[in-house]
Design a protein around this ligand. Structure first.
Ligand SMILES: O=C(O)CCC(=O)C(=O)O
Ligand SMILES: [Fe+2]
Length: 284
């Protein structure tokens, strides 16, 4: 007798909408695994809902589950997305860097600052065990928006997704950072170090980081650029513009720093992108 798996209507609906939204079967299985579903059970449930032969899923799973997406690097001279003309002002091949102007409209910058201001807290970094820590290397204050938390946030996330060819749910929540004179973010990598004990925990959902977009929400009076010391490049912090950079885990050329603000203040919004969907069913 063929025994059918019991699938809740909510889960059935989620599998259908997620695949219709363009996600691969591998993505769906990975998201379910991240949410604690048994992989074998997930495969039968997904096969049943999508009316796929179970064997096809088994054969594909091992490779497909590890499949990871890369961002598409924006090409000069630029692109228009939803009415926003984004210009590519500078391109570097190694590390991959694009300096972008027109990433955000002035009003969007102002709105993000005002929404974030009341929620600022001392910015944390991920410690070697995967937990959050106060870090002397990063003296700014910050906050995170949930994915698509507000229409403005959702609009910016969709623009980034269209620009980089990666679904919105590969993104971590948008982080807003505020630096005052003297505050900085010392040289660091955005990818997670596979040698660190917390690597498995940090990358269990979404996998490794693959790219970052630092968007400048204001123009500091002096200082506060983003430096790439390995190649001697400093990107000027200018309201509405952004720096995008992409990397592999372990890529030391992607070392970068938020230089100290010398006069005025600096506001940025950072989006970190993962190789796989970072958002799982039921998680914001
Ligand atoms: O403040 C900056 O310019 C860089 C910020 C940064 O590196 C980050 O948010 O990961
Ligand atoms: Fe960074």
């Amino acid at each position: 007798m063929h025994s059918r798996t019991t699938i809740s209507p909510a889960l059935r609906e989620w599998i259908l909408t997620t695949t219709r939204a363009g996600h691969s079967v591998a993505d769906v299985l990975q998201l379910m695994k991240d949410s604690g579903y048994d992989p074998r059970l997930s495969r039968s449930m997904v096969a049943e809902v999508l009316k796929l032969p179970l064997a096809a899923l088994h054969a594909r799973t091992a490779n497909a589950l590890m499949s990871s997406l890369r961002t598409t690097h924006p090409e000069a001279p630029g692109v228009s997305i939803g009415g926003q003309a984004i210009g590519v002002l500078l391109s570097v091949d190694a590390p991959v860097i694009r300096v972008l102007d027109g990433m955000l409209a002035g009003a969007e910058c102002d709105e993000l600052i005002e929404l974030a201001r009341p929620q600022l807290q001392r910015a944390l970094t991920v410690d070697s065990d995967g937990g959050q820590q106060v870090d002397h290397r990063r003296t700014s204050e910050g906050m995170f928006f949930g994915l698509n938390e507000l229409p403005l946030v959702g609009r910016i996330e969709q623009r980034l997704a269209d620009l980089l060819g990666v679904p919105v749910d590969h993104g971590e929540g948008l982080q807003i950072l505020h630096y005052l004179p003297g505050q900085a973010y010392e040289p660091h990598y955005d990818w997670f170090d596979p040698e660190q004990p917390g690597f498995a925990a940090i990358t269990a959902a979404g996998g490794q980081r693959i790219a970052s977009v630092v968007m400048y929400l204001n123009t500091p009076a002096l200082g506060g650029g983003t430096a790439f010391p390995e190649i001697g490049l400093t990107v000027t912090a200018r309201r509405g513009s952004a720096v995008y950079f992409a990397y592999e885990g372990g890529d030391r050329s992607s070392l970068h720093a938020g230089l100290p603000v010398q006069r005025g203040e600096k506001w940025i919004a950072t989006k970190w992108l993962r190789e796989r969907p970072y958002r799982s069913p039921g998680r914001r």
